[in-house]
Design a binder for this molecule. Structure first.
Ligand SMILES: [Ca+2]
Ligand SMILES: [Ca+2]
Ligand SMILES: [Ca+2]
Ligand SMILES: [Ca+2]
Length: 512
């Protein structure tokens, strides 16, 4: 029995560790990410993907892809940049076949203004094109429409520098505003921003790594500890971000009626990918050259899928695969939830056991989109019923006919679970607490919505599972690009988060 428990714990931890796709706290960001190969290649490692309707810009949708997990703000003198040998994509499927119909693509090039110094910047950077900005990166954004035109939206744009500190960046907000690109294409206004940002994701991965612990529920755990507030493990870390905002009519199936939430033409699916060239050569003079065709090395739509749903043996394959292949390659993993079987083991006598097999509620959330007649929405909520039968594939689905419910960053963190139909899993907003929502989803709180005649698992504590971290550590911006400015290297002290959030007994236990 004891061996079985330990095996269960080990499996849960493996799932949870990989599950939150974030690395252990450390500047090298080299471990614990969701798949073996991508964990060695952080510059092309997707951190998160977001898509939401934008309340401050009516009629638009905003897409966000973040990269480079746990970017340490003090990481000079080279700091962090996108990889010029890779290309970064946000993919949109508008008919539900698992094949992208629109791609927004970012490609990069580097420039060193003065190679005779080791400095990232040679003085204060008071404007984005300051001559003191030495290690520069430029980027081009292209829109590729399947069967339609390819349009260069923004060519050779200078990327905003890192937030080095108050001497180097006396007014970072000013630089950020200079780095917002705006263009008009066929009458459509498109906004774009690329560069370092505060990581908008929030999670207590430090506790979850420790045998699946949820600090506020420590007394329910198999191995009890005093209850505590959650601690945001990503607090004070940055990511690299691509943010693009376009009119909804540019990305949905033509004819979508945005005043009709039952119009399936208004639902799209979204995921981000990174691609590298097939061959890399390390040259004797210290340079690297890449050649050959592009190969996909990273993929991220819905949070947690490659981490908890896909088994270790196929995680690298998932990163190389495309949504239309999901049923063939991973179909056996979708309807059976390994994590659901482990929750009652880890929280014995507390978490109510939920079905492990035939989890069509999880299939709907992750792979087909939801129908919610129980909430009075008939004709589909965010499933893509343009195909019959619906073809399952893992994407973030969003019904863009659902209007925004709040200013950007201020929706209800539990989204649909709190009656906010504009929130996760209808798209994904910055403020959506996807860790809590997905913990509760695995614990069955959506089960009865999808299976009306089934028992109700939306009961305590299944519907109260939480890591205790409810929001980001920085306020989101109320206007584009919404993600908060990156933490700077000078003022960053990671211990601050513990000292402001933890109880004195916790600090004593930690030896502070
Ligand atoms: Ca990743
Ligand atoms: Ca398609
Ligand atoms: Ca943050
Ligand atoms: Ca949370």
């Amino acid at each position: 029995m004891r061996v079985r428990y330990l095996l269960g714990l080990a499996a849960f931890v493996a799932a949870a560790v990989a599950g939150l796709r974030l690395v252990a706290v450390g500047a090298d960001a080299s471990s614990h990410r969701e798949a073996p190969l991508i964990s060695q290649d952080p510059a092309v490692d997707n951190v998160d993907t977001y898509v939401f309707r934008t309340s401050d810009a009516p009629g638009t949708v905003t897409f966000v892809a973040t990269w480079y997990p746990f970017m340490e703000p003090t990481g000079g003198p080279n700091f962090y940049r996108f990889d010029p040998s890779a290309r970064y994509n946000i993919n949109i499927d508008r008919d539900g076949d698992g094949i992208e119909d629109i791609i927004y693509r970012w490609e990069f090039s580097n420039q060193t203004v003065n190679g005779g110094t080791f400095l990232y910047n040679t003085g204060p950077m008071t404007a984005i094109n300051s001559s003191a900005y030495n290690l520069r990166q430029y980027y081009t954004v292209t829109e590729i429409i399947s069967g339609g035109p390819t349009t260069v939206l923004f060519a050779n744009q200078l990327m905003i520098p890192e937030n080095v500190g108050p001497r180097s960046n006396p007014n970072y907000a000013q630089l950020r505003n200079q780095a917002i690109r705006v263009g008009t294409f066929g009458g459509d206004t498109i906004r774009e921003f690329t560069g370092p940002r505060d990581d908008p994701f929030f999670v207590d991965v430090g506790s979850i790594f420790d045998l699946g612990g949820l600090r506020p529920l420590n007394q329910f755990h198999l191995i009890k500890l005093p209850n505590f507030k959650g601690i945001d493990s990503t607090a004070g870390f940055n990511v690299l971000a691509n943010v693009i905002q376009v009119p909804i009519t540019r990305v949905v199936t033509p004819g979508c009626n945005l005043n009709n939430v039952t119009d399936t033409k208004c639902t799209i699916g979204v995921w981000a990918t990174a691609e590298r060239r097939a061959v890399r050569t390390f040259n004797p003079n210290g340079t690297i050259s890449d050649s050959g065709g592009y190969v996909q090395v990273s993929r991220l739509g819905m949070p947690l899928v490659n981490e908890v749903v896909i088994d270790l043996a196929r995680k690298d394959l998932f990163n190389a695969s495309r949504p239309f292949q999901d049923v063939t390659l991973f179909g056996d993993r979708v309807l059976t939830s390994e994590l659901a079987s482990l929750m009652p083991v880890l929280y014995p006598g507390a978490v109510v056991s939920t079905p492990v097999t035939n989890r069509n509620d999880l299939l709907a959330i992750f792979a087909t989109g939801l129908n919610l007649p129980a909430l009075g929405i008939t004709g589909g909520y965010n499933n893509q019923q343009q195909l019959s039968p619906t073809k399952p594939s893992e994407q973030i689905r969003i019904n863009l006919a659902v209007p925004p419910s709040a200013p950007v960053g201020q929706g209800k963190r539990l989204g649909i679970l709190d009656g906010d139909l504009a929130g996760f899993p209808n798209g994904r907003r910055l403020e959506d607490d996807v860790v809590d929502i997905e913990l509760r989803a695995v614990a069955g709180v959506f089960y009865k919505l999808v299976n009306p005649s089934a028992p109700d698992y939306n009961v305590f504590p299944n519907n109260a599972l939480t890591d205790g971290v409810d929001r980001n550590d920085k306020e989101f911006l109320t206007t584009f690009p919404y993600l908060a400015d990156p933490w700077d290297g000078y003022y960053r002290i990671h211990q601050n988060q513990y000292q402001t959030q933890a109880a004195s007994s916790f600090l004593n236990a930690a030896g502070w």
